[in-house]
Each structure stands twice: as C-alpha cells, then as structure tokens.
Design a protein around this ligand. Structure first.
Ligand SMILES: [Zn+2]
Length: 505
C-alpha cells in the first residue's frame, strides 16, 4: 500500500517468465480504470480474511478469490499492515499508483518489504514450513517474502470465465521485488464476465470460515434496552466499600476507587444496589451518600451564551487532526480534517467526549473504515449468493436477524458509514435516535455529518458494555461490543494504543 514500500513499485517492467498472456502495462490500466481514479467515495468495503479492504466495485469478486487462496494456504493476513485503496502518486514519477484506482492490494508489508535490488533476478522464496519462520528468513535477507511459491501460483491461476489471468504479483518483477503487492491485470469489462470457479482454490471453505464460529456478520444490533439514566460516580475520597448486603456489617466485596462510575439499580435505607460492571446484573450494595449522579442526566458539554463549554472530562477540544493522524498513519489527512469535526460533535452530543470514549470511537473508525470516510459495503460471497445482497433479504437468517422485512431491504440497508450500519432495524432505531429518516433515505448513513453522529449514537447504545471492557483494558471485548467478530482487531488495538500516546491523558 501506502506503506512507503510499494511506493516506487507500482510501475511495472519486465513481465515474469512463462506468462501466457500479455500483461497490461500501468498506463493501460490507468486508462481502463480511469473512472475510479481517486474516486474514494466510489470504493466499497469487502472482507479480506480478517480484514476489510476498500476496492473498486468491479474487483470485489477477484479480491475475494485472492483471499480464498490465502486462506486455503493457511496464510495469515494482518490487518495492520495490509491495505488497498490509496490515492497517491508513484514515488519518483508523475502518474497515479494503481492503488489510486482501488485495483491494487498490499498484503503484510512488514514481512514482504519492497526491495529495489541491483540487476535482475527471480524472487527468492523461503522453504521454511511456517509463515513465522519464513518471515525470519525475510528479516535475515535470505528470502523476499513470507508467502509460498504454491500460494502465489494459485493466486496467479485465478482466471475470468474467458480465461484471462486476473492478478499480477509484484514479486514477479525482475528488476525489483514488491511481494506485498497484488494488482488487477484486467479491465472492468474483462472482469464483468465473472470468474471461472474452477480457477479458484478454497472459495467455499473461505466463505464458510467467514461465517463460522467466532465470526459475527457485520450487522450490528443496538441493544433493546435504552441506556439508563441512573449512572452515578463514587465520590468517597478514599474509595467506597462494595458490600454483600445493605448494612455496614455485611461482608466487604471490594473497595471501589473514587471517580468510578456505576449504575444504581435500587435503593434501600440509604443503601444503593449497584451494577458495577455495566452488565445489568447486581454486584452489591454501597452507601448511597457517597454516590453522585452523572452521565446520562447531565451532558458533559454545555452551551453557555452560545459558546460551547467543555465540562471536566470532555477532551474533544484538544483532539486535533494532527493528533488523530498519528492514530491513522496510512490515511489521507484531508479526510481526517473533513470528518473529524462531525465525529467529535457526535461524541459531545452523546456525552461521550471523555478520553476513553474518544479513543474508542477513533479506533473503531480505524478498524471499520480506515480511510476516515463513510463507506458502503461491497458485494461479496458473504452477502451475495445470486443477486447483490440477497443473503440479507427477508426470510434469510441474516435478513431476519437484522429486521429486513421488504423485498430489496438487503441492498437498501447494506452496510454504510463509519460503523457499517446494516439492516432495517438498525437504520430505523439509530435514525430515530439522531432524528434522521434513514429508512426513507438510507444513503444518508454515508453523509459526512450524519455518519459521525451515527457512530456516536451507536457507541452510546453500547456504552455500558464498552466502558466496562475498557475499564479493565479489555480491548477485544470493547471491540466486540461494536462488531461481533474480531475483524480489524490488530488495527483497532494499534490505533487505541497510538491514541493513548497521542492524546493527552
Ligand atoms: Zn502496492
């Protein structure tokens, strides 16, 4: 990608030996895909193993086939150093990189670095039996890639129904190696005939893996319970005892530090029954005199004389595009500049402007839509069997789960925005909460200002579970509150950790 790595590389030179079809050169590909050049809003999001990538819509099936090959060969794709669309110029040249058209993908650039070597030679594969050991060979300088010859052969075997080879691999170039880099070697028209299923290994098993145990599909369902407004904060200077019963003689379960937030479920004789973990279950009793109402009742940002005053705890005024750019090392700064204000405004409106939730929101964007631009879900085997998004139609298991009831709901309420809002239920509920008619105009979910509010509202709906997880540094659980699966997890964690360094605490 984007990694400095492929920068110089995306111009091609000598075709690899033995290819049967004349490759298209970069100039031809730029012309063929001109309609997509830096058209970031045209890109769609599709699964790529544990990752989601942004690509030009005609290429979705091809990249899915590539993901299937990698899955078949047990090759692990890291979300943190894998990327696709990126509007940029080839380093040292004037033309656009093929990444600018959504037709190129860099996979695992940490272990498939760009090499501008002297002379010409073939790629050097490692003969080690695991990806980790092959990566060590790369580090030691005795191999160019942690990918295997067999996997690359399968990737280059992917054909259209007309027999046209689909991919070119940067490791095939003779005068330099760009093993992270795969690019389309076909035109949109050539792809339009579809892929030859016999040329793709492992497609069925790959699609099954996306829906297997541990993977919850993108539809995200807001909780049915509204956020309660009985949030309280511990104000006892030396902490407050959580007891097993409503009396000072009951056993002490633990001492809860001042500033801790919890929910009061019931009161009795000066004692409060509290939900400490935010899971809706009672954890014990505390003296109600040392609890002060917070959160849902009083917004932490208030307006005074037309001027926004940030209450204690709200850090949104300090979160600049420069700071956020450190959490998004591969993202166009212009997108951050354009969309950050609406994200922060949404967080303030929902009283989520504190550091913890700001980090959560930004890391979520990095995991879901790293381009910092609201985006549509692309067609993939995950959502499509015959017609686009027919796996989300009423009567299908996914369609039923996300509340789709009308024919056409599948495509109408496909994933959109920073959190990939999906399904009639979610569009309706979140739309009502933010005061936008997303049922009538679902495309609004990709609208800049609204997308920020949708993200914030979505976090608000999951606030208690998210906060409980973050309070114990359980980033995986926090992530799962937003997206049931673990996709984008390493990118999420990376952004969160970078943010902890970048955002003054
Ligand atoms: Zn590349």
């Amino acid at each position: 990608m984007s990694g400095a790595g492929c920068a110089a590389s995306c111009a091609r030179s000598t075709p690899s030996p033995g290819r049967r079809l004349m490759p298209k050169n970069t100039t031809q590909l730029r012309r063929l895909w001109k309609a997509f050049e830096c058209e970031e809003r045209e890109m769609v999001l599709i699964p790529f193993g544990p990752d989601r990538i942004r690509v030009a819509p005609p290429t979705t099936q091809a990249f899915e086939a590539l993901a299937a090959v990698m899955h078949h060969h047990g090759y692990h794709v890291r979300t943190q150093d894998t990327d696709s669309y990126n509007c940029r110029t080839i380093t040292g040249g004037t033309g656009k990189s093929l990444h600018s058209y959504g037709i190129a993908l860099d996979v695992n650039w940490e272990t498939n670095p760009f090499l501008n070597h002297a002379g010409t030679r073939l790629v050097r594969f490692s003969d080690k039996d695991t990806q980790a050991r092959r990566a060590l060979d790369v580090r030691a300088g005795v191999a160019d890639t942690d990918m295997t010859k067999a996997m690359i052969e399968d990737a280059l075997r992917i054909r259209t129904r007309d027999g046209t080879r689909v991919f070119e691999w940067g490791g095939s170039w003779r005068d330099r190696k760009d093993c992270m880099h795969f690019e389309m070697d076909v035109s949109p028209a050539e792809l339009a005939v579809g892929l030859d299923p016999a040329s793709i290994v492992g497609l069925e098993e790959y699609l099954a893996s996306l829906q297997g145990p541990g993977f919850e599909p993108p539809p995200i369902v807001a909780p049915t319970q509204p956020v309660t407004h009985d949030r309280h904060e511990v104000i006892a200077r030396s902490g407050l005892r959580l007891r097993s019963g409503p009396s000072a003689s009951s056993d002490v379960i633990r001492v809860v530090p001042p500033g801790t937030q919890l929910d009061v479920m019931a009161r009795q004789d000066g004692w409060a029954l509290v939900d400490f973990l935010g899971d809706g279950l009672a954890d014990g009793f505390m003296s109600a005199a040392f609890l002060r109402p917070v959160g849902g009742v009083a917004p932490i940002t208030v307006e005074r004389g037309g001027e926004i005053v940030h209450a204690p705890g709200d850090i949104t005024a300090d979160v600049t595009p420069e700071i956020v750019a450190r959490m998004f090392p591969h993202t166009r700064k212009a997108n951050i500049v354009a969309h950050l204000p609406s994200v922060l405004a949404g967080l303030r409106e929902c009283a989520l402007g504190d550091r913890q939730m700001v980090l959560m929101a930004l890391a979520t964007i990095r995991a879901e839509s790293e381009g910092f631009l609201p985006i549509s879900e692309g067609i993939s085997g995950f959502n499509t069997r015959h017609a686009p998004f027919d796996r989300y139609e009423p009567g299908t298991s996914a369609g039923n789960r996300i509340g789709n009831t009308q024919p056409g709901d599948g495509a109408r309420f496909k994933g959109r925005g920073f959190v990939q809002l999906t399904g009639r239920d979610n569009y309706g509920r979140v739309g009502r909460q933010i005061g936008a008619d997303l049922l009538r105009t679902p495309e609004l979910a990709n609208d800049g200002p609204l997308a920020g509010r949708i993200l914030a509202q979505f976090l608000k709906n999951n606030e208690r579970r998210v906060r409980a997880a973050l309070a114990v540094d359980d980033l995986r659980t926090a992530r799962k509150c937003v997206n049931g699966g673990a996709h984008g997890m390493d990118r999420f964690r990376n952004a969160y950790e970078l943010g902890e360094l970048a955002i003054p605490g």
